[in-house]
Design a binder for this molecule. Structure first.
Ligand code: GLY
Length: 430
């Protein structure tokens, strides 16, 4: 089969890498891809927002199956467009993508169907939002979420009314994330343990993936501003069958019946961002695609044929599948350009990649990289992902950091504590 992967991040390189292992894949294309995908697929220079261009290219090149990595083309209706043109594609429809593309939409759905989530109010007007955060009945910290897509950076935990006002200014007045700040959700801050709970949905059946958890903050100890994700691990050590049953009963099943009632045909990845507080799983957010960097650790542990899994999802045949996972933990570290998630420079030459590529049980995924005159240069905020499998979490962590030490460029940055939560005696959420 001729397969096209849309996107250019670490997640898409991991999808390419895993699909390349499938006996059924004869030709692999990546659009627009990065310097890593170029080594295993043919990069096509069409941007992720150019839905019409991608559709025309896929038709002209008789692509058998397309896999959409990021949320933007999903929210632009790429799946609807491809299906209309008779092209097979993995991903959710534009209507279903609202679950991620609009925090207002998802909050209203959660409220309507009484699915556990933080108490929240929705504001379209800056003045009203300001009045609310200044009111004496509001307690801090509280969470302000931009309604629309903001690359993981539109959620701010505010510890004071001053910070909340600055956040509202940034989102609703200065429009740092454009139209994403036209409306905001202001919600109670919940304290507890986060879990990235991902599964495949084929319209009728939900098949959970292995558990994983990302580290969203830029600084060690999970401090500082949010990023797209600084690292991840899989599985999550405290998760067990009791939690699986509880999440299915309290979140997944009500959600599936909500989709039916709302006429949302959901086929693709459903990523439920959960916060477990005092024994209760609350929905923090939804994503309608693989997490990044969760995909990198999950795909390193997945032993089943990815193409069969993705095609079965779109054919409504998930009930015929059982996923096989490497029992060993995987830990992934994201290397970024210095300054990220703020302003950063690009165009720096990266060295040490060959040393990492030769290590066993270590996989290197590119994100913001570009090949220029035979050299691999930085080209984005998140630049590389290094993932290691180990017999234990400690061994995986040791292996990933040994590998990362080989890689250098000017001002490279990475967190030194990815996976620390599984190695310390953490307070468990029950
Ligand atoms: N790792 C969080 C996300 O993919 O949105």
């Amino acid at each position: 089969m001729k397969v096209l992967i849309i996107g250019n991040g670490g997640r898409e390189h991991a999808l390419c890498w895993k699909l390349k292992q499938s006996q059924q894949v004869t030709e692999l294309f990546s659009s627009p891809g990065n310097a890593g995908t170029a080594q295993i697929a043919q990069n096509v220079s069409i941007g992720i927002q150019d839905v019409l261009g991608l559709k025309t290219w896929a038709l002209e090149h008789a692509i058998d199956f397309t896999v959409v990595g990021p949320e933007i083309p999903l929210s632009l209706g790429i799946v609807d467009q491809f299906k209309k043109a008779g092209l097979s594609i993995f991903g959710v429809t534009q209507k279903a993508s609202q679950l991620e593309a609009s925090k207002v939409f998802s909050k209203k759905l959660l409220q309507k169907y009484r699915i556990p989530t933080a108490l929240a109010q929705i504001f379209n007007a800056y003045d009203q939002a300001c009045d609310t955060i200044a009111s004496s009945s509001v307690s801090y910290p509280l969470v302000i979420k931009a309604d629309g897509l903001a690359q993981g950076k539109g959620v701010v935990i505010c510890s004071s009314a001053k910070e909340a006002k600055e956040t509202l200014d940034m989102l609703m007045k200065q429009k740092q994330f454009g139209g994403a700040g036209n409306s905001v959700v202001i919600e109670n801050f919940l304290e507890g343990e986060e879990l990235s709970y991902l599964g495949l949905m084929d319209g009728n059946h939900f098949l959970p993936l292995a558990t994983s958890q990302d580290h969203k903050k830029i600084l060690e100890g999970d401090q500082g501003p949010n990023t797209g994700g600084m690292g991840a691990y899989s599985p999550v050590s405290w998760f067990n069958d009791t939690w699986e049953a509880k999440i299915q009963k309290e979140i997944v099943n009500p959600l599936l019946s909500a989709f039916k009632k709302e006429g949302i045909e959901y086929q693709g990845i459903l990523y439920i961002g959960l916060l477990i507080s005092k024994g209760v799983p609350y929905v923090l957010e939804f994503n309608v695609r693989f997490g990044d960097p969760e995909a990198q650790v999950l795909l390193c542990r997945l032993q089943s044929d990815l193409l069969s899994v993705l095609t079965a999802t779109m054919q409504g045949k998930l009930n015929t599948l059982q996923l096989k996972w490497d029992p060993r933990p995987a830990v992934g570290v994201v290397m970024t350009s210095g300054g990220y998630p703020g302003a950063y420079q690009t165009g720096y030459e990266i060295s040490g990649l060959e040393a990492v590529q030769s290590l066993s049980d270590v996989t290197l995924f590119h994100a913001g990289t570009v090949l220029k005159n035979g050299k691999i240069l930085t080209a984005g905020g998140r630049v590389l992902n290094v993932v290691a499998l180990g017999e234990t979490y400690d061994k995986a962590i040791q292996a990933v950091y040994e590998a990362v030490k080989n890689i250098h460029w000017k001002d490279a940055y990475y967190r030194k504590d990815i996976g620390y939560r599984v190695c310390q005696k953490q307070k468990l959420p029950f």
